[in-house]
Design a protein around this ligand. Structure first.
Ligand SMILES: [Zn+2]
Length: 251
């Protein structure tokens, strides 16, 4: 079992927030915000391989199981994402904290603690949509790409990636599993995942207020969230996107 506090996963939980405008987020007056994946040295095939190996590592360390509700909602959302062909896999990880995370390539996990905390299907869909957006915007390998670029010129990186994924990651000290760089996103990435989640929920027929409501509840709650106060503008940005995409019935 890992020491508490060591695991730093997705900001649904860590509540790292977007203060200020993110440059990649361009708001149009009458339409949804356009989202574009950032700089990336990896191929989509690399994403899947990194995710597969990380998943194996995590599932050796923790008990995980399939939950029909999580799988059903996750698959419905993934089918409406920009990458329906990824090997999407949704599992519950047996931990009491309220948390969720996604590995590159489509491996999505929610904790059993989170399953107990959500109050509706729309809230669970909100969490899963947020994680799916991290996958399709390729935030994990974008983060690793930025870290690698800080250590070596692009030319060298291109050659090294050609020589084998595992060796390259090792050379740059990038590990897999739950404490990996692949799960440490920027604030901007969290905002993108929130905004994209609203759009995805709408396409898949879920009420996007599910995401806003869950965020608000967790912000007011105890436990992990009280240690990571979320700037109020995270919920506000989600609600802004709901308005931009045509509004919805508040629940
Ligand atoms: Zn996140």
């Amino acid at each position: 079992m890992m020491a508490k506090g060591v695991v730093k996963i997705c900001a649904i939980i860590t509540m790292v927030l977007a203060l200020g405008a993110a440059p990649v987020l361009m708001t149009e007056a009458s339409a949804q915000t356009r989202l574009r994946p950032g700089f990336n040295l990896f191929s989509l095939r690399d994403d899947v391989e990194i995710g597969r190996q990380s998943a194996m590592q995590i599932e050796r360390q923790y008990r995980t199981y399939e939950d029909p509700r999580v799988t059903r909602i996750g698959k419905r959302l993934a089918a409406r994402s920009s990458m329906p062909g990824l090997p999407w896999r949704f599992r519950v990880i047996d931990r009491s904290d309220v948390n969720a995370f996604a590995l590159p390539g489509g491996y999505v996990y929610v904790t059993s603690g989170l399953l107990r905390a959500v109050r509706s299907e729309d809230e669970l869909a909100g969490v899963l949509a947020h994680e799916i957006m991290h996958v399709t915007l390729r935030h994990g390998t974008n983060q690793a790409s930025k870290a690698m670029l800080a250590q070596a010129p692009l030319q060298i990186l291109s050659n090294q990636l050609g020589s084998g994924l595992g060796a390259t990651l090792a050379r740059f000290g990038i590990g897999l599993g739950l404490n990996s760089l692949f799960l440490r996103y920027s604030r901007e990435a969290e905002t993108q995942a929130d905004v994209g989640a609203v759009q995805l929920m709408r396409r898949a027929g879920y009420n996007p207020y599910g995401l806003a409501n869950f965020m608000r509840t967790m912000r007011g709650g105890g436990g992990f969230f009280s240690d990571h106060p979320s700037p109020a503008n995270r919920v506000e940005r989600i609600e802004e996107e709901i308005r931009l995409t045509g509004g919805a019935r508040r629940r």
